[in-house]
Design a protein around this ligand. Sequence first.
Ligand SMILES: [Mg+2]
Length: 166
Amino acid sequence: MNASPRFSSVLFDWGGTLMSEDGPTDISMGLWPEVRAIDGARETLAALAPTHRLGIATNATVSKRDMIERALDRVSLLPYITDIFCYTEIGARKDSGEFWSKVFSTLGLEPGNVAMVGDTLDQDVIAPRKFGVFSVWFNEGGRSPLEAPGVPTIHRLPELVPLLRP
Ligand SMILES: [Mg+2]
């Protein structure tokens, strides 16, 4: 294995990428009667964790950090996550320079050392690219690749692992 990964930090969108969003939208996911990890989420985080610092980047408006952690813990994903960047703390979304400034300063990294993966094309893929972040579209629903020409796209989360190799 190459010891120096291209991306020191890999950020995952939360809802619809690591965890299912099927639940009441007015209640924090951490309190939902049932929560579910997206297929392949755990194996993907486990594969990347030895060589990358992993984090969450979310625009969720209802959940604060403790509730995000609680939801992740309920599906055994929390141990892999070092950083949580959330709208409820930063007060800005992933299409804002304020959000990414907070990310880069906290990580102590240049934008080119950060990768982001998520299911929402504008917020998780197009916007991060504007701030120099390598982004991957998680197109689980099988939408047309023509919606994102030239963008690295995966249909299952484990496909991310080879994409991030040096
Ligand atoms: Mg999402």
